[in-house]
Design a protein around this ligand. Structure first.
Ligand SMILES: NC(=O)c1ccc[n+]([C@@H]2O[C@H](COP(=O)([O-])OP(=O)(O)OC[C@H]3O[C@@H](n4cnc5c(N)ncnc54)[C@H](O)[C@@H]3O)[C@@H](O)[C@H]2O)c1
Length: 283
């Protein structure tokens, strides 16, 4: 599997959890990483860990709250000033229900109890930030004729299950947006895929979860599918969703990818309606 070490990746929410694991995985393989997080402490800790481990990739940390106006543009300017390019975007920053509803595991969230501002907060980070960051990087990637956008959404069931709003709907929008971006970027050299852990992961998002943390998915499982997605072998892989928990690192990557992936979102949905392109325009 060939991974070009001169590539530059932006990992949002890189300070903790899945983002931290993916940032370290990329650095270990020589990729330069701009880790963006709204909290500076975890980013400093990430930098110390990368140094201790002697990872060859260069790390640039950016403290930015991606829900604020202009955050994506400020991030882009910093990345270009530091590295001069941006090839890979991992839209990982996100927020789970426990951030707002600490007791969600014993008292499920019901839609009539959600305040409008709480609803909007989830969309601001889980959906809007993904759109704004992708919109910022896409022109650079298209100019280079090479790019990878990897969106961390969630399990499809979580998008629909009672008790999952506003998290589920905000991730469903991100999943749909992945399909749209992949379609619009077809043949540009820029791919767009989803990478989800495939269940509850052992991250700060699940600190209150009443389960044995050792039995949860460990954040490092995100790394092998991510490395494959940014490799040249995955140049034509777009509009797919990868489940990290189903990726078997013992298999050759192409086989692991075939088992762990499926088309993104809900491909059947498009066949249900009379689409505008099937109608004959009135002259
Ligand atoms: N943990 C799970 O079980 C699980 C399952 C499915 C999907 N996911 C998704 O994976 C992604 C990472 O989740 P995690 O479990 O590692 O969470 P986490 O809370 O451990 O880490 C998320 C990181 O994102 C940062 N962040 C949050 N809001 C931000 C903002 N406005 N601006 C910049 N940074 C911000 C946080 O500071 C934190 O460092 C999320 O999108 C989440 O929805 C997680």
């Amino acid at each position: 599997m060939k991974i070009e070490a001169s590539r530059v990746a932006i990992v949002t929410g890189g300070g903790r959890g899945l983002g931290r694991a993916m940032a370290l995985g990329l650095l270990k393989h020589g990729i330069a990483v701009a880790a963006v997080d709204r909290d500076s402490g975890p980013l400093q800790e990430l930098a110390a860990t990368a140094r201790e481990r002697g990872h060859p990739g260069a790390l640039h940390t950016i403290v930015e709250d991606l829900t604020l106006p202009g955050a994506a543009e400020r991030t882009g300017l910093q990345v270009l000033a530091r590295f001069g390019r941006m090839d890979i975007l991992v839209n990982n920053a996100g927020m789970g229900l426990s951030v707002v509803w600490k007791d969600r595991w014993v008292r499920p969230v019901r839609f009539w109890d959600i305040e409008p501002d709480q609803w909007r907060l989830f969309f601001k980070i889980n959906t809007d930030a993904l759109f704004l960051m992708s919109r910022m990087v896409a022109p650079h990637m298209m100019r280079e004729g090479w790019g990878r956008i990897v969106n961390v959404t969630t399990s499809l069931g979580t998008m629909l299950r009672g008790g999952s709003a506003p998290y589920g709907p905000s991730k469903a929008a991100a999943e749909a947006m992945t399909a749209i971006m992949a379609a619009e970027l077809e043949k540009t050299g820029v791919t767009v895929n989803v990478l989800a852990p495939g269940g509850l992961a052992n991250t700060s998002a699940n600190l209150q979860a009443p389960f044995d943390r050792a039995k949860l998915l460990q954040p490092e499982i995100m790394v092998p599918p991510l490395l494959w997605l940014i490799s040249d072998a995955a140049a034509n892989v777009t509009s797919r969703r990868f489940i990290a928990a189903r990726w078997d690192p013992a298999l050759p990557p192409e086989e692991a990818a075939a088992i762990a992936s499926a088309p993104v979102a809900w491909p059947i949905a498009g066949n249900e309606s009379i689409l505008p392109e099937r109608l004959v325009p009135v002259q």
